[in-house]
Design a protein around this ligand. Structure first.
Ligand code: ADP
Length: 346
């Protein structure tokens, strides 16, 4: 590309896919690109060379540029369109200062986000609510009215309740995978007793392992401080890893949970002597819907690890796996003890 650098810059700014307006050090409109003309419904010939404060208050260009968008982006509604405005102070070579405004029409993005939120809310209501009602009745049958029920039905009701709970957790996974994709997965951090959380997950894991006929061992170090995290989501990660270890380990196998603190991090390792993962499949194990060839015949959605990775990374942590096909796997979660020190910076 040839020509004066300044001319090239002006040509590039003219063709970028966002509105650009430049006010010089005296507050005079020095540049308006074509996109900004469209967004602000203004003819640049009418405003170039004029001071911003001399423009009529009600004009879109005045309304958008008079907002203080230097400290952070600001949304301004212009004739039904939402314009996101961000201002950067620029320093010229001769010491002159000016302001460069970047404008984006985010009306469609906002509409899509609202539609996604409505979709999640609708799915949550339409899929989960009936199931919750069914589970409520099943629990009432097995809990509050056991005498009114033929004893031979107790086992059936318990199995129905277990299947409904499994279906509920699969719906949660599908919904969370969708939330993740559209940026709606929420992390609500609060002070958390991680040791208590891990002990609870291990108790559930031990029960599950006993049903499967496997051994379960756990070793949790002393002195884990209170961590600021989303206990529900992080608990879900541990439960998923332990649940997988139990699921993919044949009878008489062993599942170990080992928790240590080192170098400012909490390390949670869940290892098993199960079916393992083939080396060429390990790199894809955290992909959405991915299930290794060895997982055929085991129930699942292939979403648990994707969601777990997103949750761990949202806490500044990392998750990794080492596995040998036919011998077993070890999943490691690293969480920073202080939220200011993300694990991937190590
Ligand atoms: P799901 O367990 O529902 O299939 P996940 O996302 O939790 O989904 O796991 C994805 C895949 O990773 C599993 O289908 C399985 O192939 C593999 N996997 C996960 N954990 C283990 C494990 N402990 N041992 C062997 N394979 C595993």
């Amino acid at each position: 590309m040839q020509g004066e650098p300044e001319n090239i810059a002006v040509t590039l700014l003219e063709h970028v896919d966002c509105g650009v307006v430049h006010l010089d050090a005296a507050g005079v409109v020095a540049f308006v690109n074509r996109k900004a003309e469209e967004m602000l419904q203004v003819d640049r010939a009418e405003v170039l060379g004029r001071r911003l404060d001399m423009l009529p208050l009600r004009t879109p260009i005045y309304r958008v540029l008079s907002e203080n968008s230097c400290d952070g982006a600001v949304e301004v509604t212009i004739n039904g369109h939402i314009i996101l405005t961000r201002c950067t102070t620029i320093q010229g070579e001769n010491g002159s200062r000016g302001e460069l405004y970047e404008l984006r029409d985010i009306t469609e993005d906002k509409k899509e986000r609202r539609q996604r939120e409505e979709f999640v809310a609708m799915m949550t209501h339409d899929l989960k609510s009936p199931l919750t009602v069914i589970m409520g009745y099943l629990q009432a049958l097995s809990g509050e009215m056991p005498n009114k029920m033929d004893p031979s039905l107790h086992l059936l009701v318990r199995e129905m309740d277990k299947s409904a709970a499994k279906m509920l957790s699969m719906i949660d996974d599908v919904l969370d995978a969708y939330r993740l994709e559209v940026g709606l997965l929420q992390i609500d951090r609060h002070p958390c007793d991680v040791r208590g959380l891990l002990e609870g997950c291990c108790r559930d894991g031990e029960r599950e392992a006993a049903v499967h006929g496997s051994y379960f061992l756990s070793e949790i170090c002393e002195g884990i401080p209170t961590l600021i995290l989303d206990s529900k989501q992080v608990g879900r990660v541990f439960a998923n890893l332990i649940g997988n270890a139990v699921k993919f380990t044949p009878r008489r196998g062993t599942i170990c949970v080992n928790v240590e603190m080192s170098d400012g991090f909490l390390q949670v390792q869940v290892s098993d002597t199960g079916i393992g993962i083939a080396p060429d499949e390990v790199p894809r194990i955290f992909n959405k819907y991915f299930r290794a060839s060895g997982a055929q015949g085991f129930k699942g959605t292939g979403l648990g690890l994707t969601i777990s990775k997103a949750i761990v990374e949202a806490h500044g942590g990392t998750i990794s796996v080492e596995s040998t096909a036919g011998k077993g796997s070890c999943f490691s979660v690293l969480l920073p003890l202080s939220p200011d020190k993300p694990a991937f910076m190590r």
